[in-house]
Design a protein around this ligand. Structure first.
Ligand SMILES: *Cc1c(COP(=O)(O)O)cnc(C)c1O
Length: 497
């Protein structure tokens, strides 16, 4: 399987090269030349297997320059060495209204990002060796909160790698900030940026694509790569969990073979929902995809109108990991849905950069609407839904998941036909403790650790160990820079000034 750049179809690289590079030098994202299809017997063969075994078999379809042994080693290291608190790795919970939550947050940092970022370092270090370049990899990551911590946890003390994470100064929850500032490890660094997530992401992208910076790095025996969902090595583990969830629903008798279901995904960078779309293309019987947003509703507007317009106010919400106006992975969807029209993709994404907007033709918009719908929900609706779900089920959902539940219920209420609904549950509620406690009627006038205790007392749900123990950890990183200071900061910290 070869990979093309969304902005240059003539460029073909191996999966190892796609993962090692992270993003194509032309600014495009790597996409598979074709999407493998699973037949009924392939699905049947995945039944009864552990998550790690399923994952290894599915990775083989995409990462064709890895051996079976290598893939199994990677999935073992990621999913079978105790970093996930549940042996199944992911869990499915059914709510009283019949909808199901796919809990993807049982990993070490309590958000779904662990599903991919526990395995990406294993893919990446092997990919670097395969491409024959023996350089130290510098992972540069912009985060709206959860990617940063999950990447730090995944890459911590991995030989041959260093990692630097940039987060928006006021754009993450206090627990997310604590998690990053206290990160242990010899090869890690964390820095706040004055600005929002898009400023961080633009800063990182500019450093990546700066030829002088690349040369300075190469001269020092280093090269950049990305742990953001622009890296194919992050997307492919996400496809796996949707396929695996389908198999688990078959095993549990929730679905019958081939029975169609719908999926709702709380969305920011469009990575998680795109993974569900790939799973659908592979043959998982997904009837419809619901894209849930908070009031940074650029995707809802895009799906409704065909106009992508990032020129709008940015809002900080109680679901900060979705406070994003540039959803990078949409580029991959548009590439596939235009039949690989790289010239068209270049035109749209150049326009996005220079004019802040692009518009797709009505014909394409209609095809997107046939597969996706979108809706957006403000903080009040989000908190009300957390309260409602708790009252109805005694179940705590985090703020992002609650946005998803709002969108799913709205979709079901208006859908012409009914299908079982699977909602991606993207974070442990304790990660966004203050908003969740407030939503269930608790008193939030307390520090973040007292809030955890109060939430536990009220809900009976156990505080995750990884969050409870932050209290005693030393703050190691408290630097803050402006976006235009990021290149100098990176050079200084890498010692290549
Ligand atoms: C990252 C994140 C999202 C958004 O996922 P995308 O892949 O960026 O669309 C949603 N919820 C949580 C908790 C996240 O960490």
């Amino acid at each position: 399987m070869l990979y093309h750049s969304t902005r240059n179809k003539a460029l073909s690289v191996s999966s190892a090269e796609a993962i090692a590079q992270g993003i194509s030098a032309d600014g495009g994202l790597f996409v598979p030349e074709s999407i493998p299809e699973l037949r009924a017997e392939d699905f049947a063969a995945l039944k009864g297997l552990s998550y790690a075994e399923r994952a290894a078999r599915l990775f083989k379809l995409y990462l064709t320059d890895f051996t079976d042994e290598e893939l199994r080693e990677c999935t073992h290291n990621a999913y079978e060495t105790g970093s996930f608190e549940t042996p199944a790795v992911q869990e499915i919970t059914t709510l009283a209204d019949g909808s199901m939550l796919l809990e993807l947050w049982h990993g070490p940092t309590c958000a779904f990002k662990d599903m991919a970022l526990q395995i990406l370092p294993h893919f990446l270090t092997r990919s670097i060796k395969k491409t024959g370049i023996d350089r130290e990899v510098v992972i540069l990551t912009a985060t709206s909160g959860d990617t940063g911590k999950a990447a730090l946890a995944g890459f911590r003390d991995v030989p041959g790698t260093r990692i630097m994470v940039f987060y928006p100064e006021d754009g993450v929850s206090s627990m997310q900030k604590r998690q990053m500032q206290t990160q242990e490890g010899e090869n890690v660094r964390v820095c706040a940026v004055k600005g929002n997530f898009d400023d961080c992401q633009n800063g990182v992208k500019a450093i990546f694509t700066d030829p002088d910076m690349q040369k300075a790095l190469a001269d020092s025996g280093m090269q950049f790569s990305s742990a953001n969902s622009i890296n194919w090595g992050r997307l492919v583990p996400q496809i796996v969990y949707y396929v695996s969830a389908y198999i688990t629903m078959l095993e549990k008798g929730i679905l019958s073979d081939g029975q169609r279901f719908a999926i709702t995904v709380p969305t920011g960078n469009f990575g998680n929902i795109l993974a569900a779309w790939y799973a659908k293309q592979m043959g998982v019987p997904i009837q419809h995809l619901v894209c849930a947003s908070n009031i940074n509703k650029v995707l809802t507007d895009f799906i409704d109108t065909g106009v992508y317009d990032r020129k709008r106010d940015f809002h900080a919400t109680v679901s900060p990991s979705m406070d994003i106006l540039i959803s990078s992975n949409l580029e991959r969807l548009l590439y596939h849905m235009t039949g690989g029209d790289d010239a068209q993709i270049r035109e749209w994404f150049t326009a996005l950069k220079t004019d802040g907007r692009y518009e797709i033709p009505a014909e394409l918009r209609n095809r997107i609407q046939a597969e996706f719908s979108g809706s957006f929900w403000n903080d009040a609706a989000t908190k009300a839904m957390i309260g409602k779900v708790f009252a109805e089920n005694g179940y705590l959902s985090d703020t992002h998941t609650a946005v998803g539940i709002c969108a799913a219920r709205d979709y079901i209420a208006n859908a012409p036909e009914q299908y079982p609904m699977l909602i991606a549950s993207t974070a442990n509620p304790y990660k966004f403790g203050a908003a969740v406690l407030e939503a269930i009627g608790g008193d939030t006038n307390a520090d973040e650790y007292e809030i955890l205790d109060r939430l536990q007392a009220k809900s009976g749900m156990q505080i995750p160990k990884a969050l409870a123990e932050l209290k005693t950890k030393e703050v190691r990183f408290s630097d803050t820079v402006a976006q235009d200071e990021m290149p100098a900061y990176v050079k200084a910290k890498l010692g290549i000034a």
